[in-house]
Structures are given as structure tokens and as C-alpha cells.
Design a protein around this ligand. Structure first.
Ligand SMILES: [Zn+2]
Length: 273
């Protein structure tokens, strides 16, 4: 990172240095109950489904596409609910197609640093409520070191922003680049709904619970679809029985101490099933 690029970055780095012996959020949490966190991606296009997502417990974060017809309505409503809002930043996937739908707020694999900074600024301006960013698609771009390093250095200029790696490819370096840039970060563990089959979605939810018991915490990403909503609405009522607590995704961020976590996170560590 250079002073030319980011005047405010020194403060971020100073803060990060103070956290040099970073423990994970889980280790800093005195509550030993395993935690699950859930982000619902792709909001902004389907108003009826988006409205139902926003009726889920407020610990569930929403990742809003920056250029969608309902971006503003979703982000404003979620922020009023003290729900975490992420910019769901479109990035180029392997294979063709998809990205043109999101232009000009999308990162192509051949993006230059200047273009990347412009796109990120545009996305953040479209969703000023966002405190975090995660990737939409990106199975090609997130495996490329240089643009991921630029992205994280750009996010590091915004003191309060975090990055969650949607981990659309096992070769993603986004999580590691975020760590190196001292951007608070986490990586998705489970996709709830690669399938539209409610039985398979429920099995993925159980996998999330199992991982939380094994590791202390686990992070899932789901999408606005009827089957996912139905599973969430029934499974979230059983968390006490499963012995896990629903927490905001920000509670699972590495690189941020409990003291620095936002009040909404500290206040929202439990949910009533
Ligand atoms: Zn997406």
C-alpha cells in the first residue's frame, strides 16, 4: 500500500498492528456455545423474496448487489433493522457469461488497479449502509493474487470495512489477501443451497451445525429462494435443541477484537429461536 493510494491507511495499519496477536473472534468470545452465522446473497432483484429475507432474524446478514432495481430499498430496510449489510461485488467467474448483467459495477479478470478502485467506490456509494463486502461469483478473479491484493488494499482505506470470501473456488486467495492487508475477514464454510431441493438444503444446514460444533463457529451463505426460506424458517426454530447460537457474520471476523466489534454485534449474540 502506498501513501499515494490511501492516505487513511496508516491509521488502519496502526490499528491492525495493535491486534498483531490476532485471535479469532471465537477465541475472544467468553461464550463457549458454538456459533453459526448466515449471509443471504444476491438481494436486490426479487422484491417479494427480498422482503421475506428481511423478516428473518436480524443476525442474518444480507449481501446486496450494487446495481439492482431494489438495492436502495433492501439496504435501507436492513440498516434500519440493525442488520449487517454487505456489498455483493460481482467478479468474473470461470467460463463465459454473467458479468455483463452487472456492468459497470463488476470486476473483470483483466481489471486494472484504477478500474478496480473506481468500481469499488461506485459499489460502496450505491450501498453506503454496507460495512462489508463479499464476492458474487468470482471463481476466476478471486484466484488472482494481484487484483485481490489491490481490492483488499482499497478496502483497508475504509477503516470499518470487512471482507468475506464467498469461496466460490478452492483456489481463492481473497481470504489470505484480506489477512495480509489487515482487513477483518472470514471465509464461507457452507453453501446452503447449491440445490433447490429442500432435503439437500436441510442437510447443508445440518452440516453447518456440525461444523460449528467441530470448530466453534461456522459461516454459511444462502440465496433468496423459496426452498431456502422454508428450511431457514423451520431450522432456525431448533437452534437451542442443536446447541448452537445464531450470531451476525461480523462476530466471526478474524482480525478484530471483541472490543472493536460493533455494538450491534455484541448485543446480538443470541437469538430467540
Ligand atoms: Zn451471488
Amino acid at each position: 500500500m502506498t501513501a499515494r493510494r490511501c492516505i487513511g491507511a496508516l491509521a488502519t495499519l496502526a490499528g491492525a498492528a495493535a491486534l498483531a496477536a490476532l485471535s479469532t473472534a471465537q477465541a475472544a468470545d467468553p461464550d463457549p456455545t458454538p456459533s453459526i452465522a448466515i449471509i443471504i446473497d444476491d438481494l436486490g432483484y426479487r422484491a417479494a423474496l427480498d422482503a421475506r429475507i428481511l423478516e428473518l432474524p436480524p443476525e442474518i446478514a444480507v449481501a446486496v448487489l450494487p446495481n439492482a432495481p431494489n438495492t436502495r430499498r433492501v439496504a435501507e430496510t436492513a440498516a434500519r433493522q440493525s442488520r449487517d449489510v454487505l456489498v455483493h461485488l460481482p467478479m468474473q467467474a470461470l467460463g463465459s457469461g454473467g458479468l455483463a448483467d452487472y456492468a459497470p459495477v463488476a470486476l473483470r479478470a483483466d481489471v486494472t488497479r484504477d478500474e478496480l478502485e473506481r468500481v469499488v467506490a461506485h459499489a460502496l456509494a450505491a450501498v453506503p449502509e454496507a460495512r462489508g463486502v463479499n464476492n458474487h461469483m468470482g471463481s476466476l478473479l478471486t484466484r488472482q493474487h494481484e487484483p485481490m491484493r489491490w481490492l483488499m488494499q482499497t478496502l483497508a482505506c475504509h477503516r470499518d470495512l470487512y471482507f468475506i470470501d464467498s469461496y466460490t473456488t478452492a483456489e481463492s486467495v481473497a481470504h489470505r489477501m484480506a489477512q495480509e492487508a489487515h482487513v477483518p475477514t472470514a471465509r464461507r464454510d457452507v453453501f446452503l443451497d447449491d440445490s433447490h431441493d429442500a432435503v439437500e438444503i436441510r442437510a447443508q444446514f445440518k452440516r453447518l451445525v456440525r461444523l460449528a460444533h467441530e470448530r466453534g463457529a461456522a459461516l454459511a451463505i444462502g440465496h433468496p429462494q423459496l426452498e431456502t426460506l422454508a428450511v431457514l424458517e423451520s431450522e432456525l426454530a431448533l437452534l437451542e435443541q442443536y446447541g448452537v447460537t445464531l450470531v451476525p457474520a461480523t462476530a466471526l471476523l478474524e482480525g478484530v477484537s471483541a472490543r472493536e466489534r460493533p455494538a450491534t454485534v455484541l448485543a446480538g449474540t443470541r437469538t430467540t429461536p
